[in-house]
Design a binder for this molecule. Structure first.
Ligand code: PLP
Length: 386
């Protein structure tokens, strides 16, 4: 079945008692037992809720895994996964990492005796060089945020298998529409569903999919034990979001490519990071392991003063955190998503004070380009007056 069809089928025909096409929002904390020792499969909603089950089954199908699990946020999903590791374990992690994940690893997990080595996972030899006898897993983001480093998943997974490590991929930026790491041999996929899967900047959620039943049930144990589950209303919103994921991703990408090409020709712009550009170092790898390049662009401007000017004067594109929604958003990573990473480390990895990140929405691309063009033009005028 094609992915567009799988997406539309998400959560439908799950209510035989009424025939409701969509899965209802089961706003229930508890469920009546038919009789002693019997269950409908639902007892208490921390453990399982029918609306959540519909979402969990849908994401498992989409990511081509065995078990899907829904959490109250992407960070809750990632943190629940990290309970798989014990005191003394070591992880190898992509260095250009989502700031919140970095914070959990450096401020919380490290307190529990789990150590981490950050490497540029785009360089396979760096991954292998970081593996220690106590290494248990490889945690990869690809493309990374915000510098769009692309990891060759097949190579990385080969290394992981050689040393008997789990491969965990944060697939937030690609969504299952463009990239399915489990099909390439990864063990776990995690999403901030607050981004493309929700898609409308109106819900916070996280998802995990495990390739094997055993590993999935292991994570399910932590989901129930720790309890960072997603409520039924938000599960319903994510199912709703999935229906149009394919259409949205195509438009995000179409707009992003046009904007990235336009930015490369702007005088005020220094570097454009977008894997869809043919000269991006990860372009060919992405063509092999994904079916698209996504809707996220980063770029540096030549003059740092343009950053605050741009953030203040854009009219269609909103200055706000987050990404993946229908509305275009611009972010200043050094002060927002990556504020918890020390400046020295930030600069060394390229998250400088002149870097901006654009989550390209599904508006008409001409309006987005015009918005940027006008502000660049205004800035050039004020610069002359200085
Ligand atoms: C947003 C994000 C997260 C965290 O998800 P929340 O839903 O905000 O908790 C994790 N990874 C990536 C790549 C993200 O963009």
């Amino acid at each position: 079945m094609h992915i567009h069809t799988k997406l539309v089928q998400a959560g439908i025909r799950k209510d035989p008692s009424t025939g409701s096409l969509t899965t209802p929002i089961y706003q229930a904390s508890t469920f009546q037992h038919p009789r002693l020792g019997e269950s409908t499969g639902y007892d208490y909603s921390r453990t399982a809720n029918p609306t959540r089950t519909a979402l969990e089954e849908a994401i498992a199908v989409l990511e081509e895994g065995e078990v899907g699990l829904a959490f109250s946020s992407g960070m809750a999903a990632i943190t629940s996964l990290l309970y798989l590791f014990k005191n003394g374990d070591h992880l190898v992690v992509s260095e250009d990492l989502y700031g919140g994940t970095y914070r959990v690893l450096s401020d919380i997990v490290s307190e529990h005796g789990i150590t981490v080595t950050y490497v540029n996972t785009a360089h396979a030899e760096e991954i292998e060089g970081a593996v220690q006898p106590n290494t248990k897993a490889l945690f990869i983001e690809t493309p990374t945020n915000p510098l769009t480093h692309v990891t060759d998943l097949e190579k990385a997974i080969d290394i992981a298998k050689k040393y008997d490590l789990w491969t965990i991929v944060d697939n937030t930026f690609m969504s299952p529409y463009f990239q399915r790491p489990l099909a390439l041999g990864a063990d776990l996929v995690v999403h901030s569903a607050s981004k493309y899967i929700g898609g409308h900047n109106d819900v916070i959620g996280g998802l995990v999919v495990a390739r094997s039943k055993e590993l999935g049930e292991n994570v399910r144990f932590y989901q129930n034990a720790v309890g960072a589950i997603l409520g039924p209303q938000d599960c319903w919103l994510l199912i709703r979001g999935l229906k149009t994921l394919g259409l949205r991703m195509e438009r995000h990408q179409e707009n992003a490519l046009k904007i990235a090409q336009w930015l490369t020709e702007c005088e005020q712009v220094e570097t454009v990071y977008y894997p869809g550009l043919a000269d991006h170092p990860g372009h060919d790898i992405m063509k092999r392991q994904a079916t698209g390049f996504g809707g996220m662009i980063s770029f540096t401007v030549k003059e740092e003063e343009l950053v605050p000017f741009l953030l203040e004067h854009l009219k269609v594109i909103t200055f706000a955190e987050s990404l993946g929604g229908v509305e275009s958003l611009i972010t200043f990573p050094a002060r927002q998503t990556h504020a918890d990473i020390p400046e020295e480390i930030r600069n060394s990895i390229g998250v400088t004070n002149s870097l901006l990140r654009l989550s390209v929405g599904i508006e008409h691309v001409d309006d987005l380009i015009e918005d940027l063009k006008e502000v660049f033009h205004e800035f050039a005028k004020t610069a002359v007056n200085h």
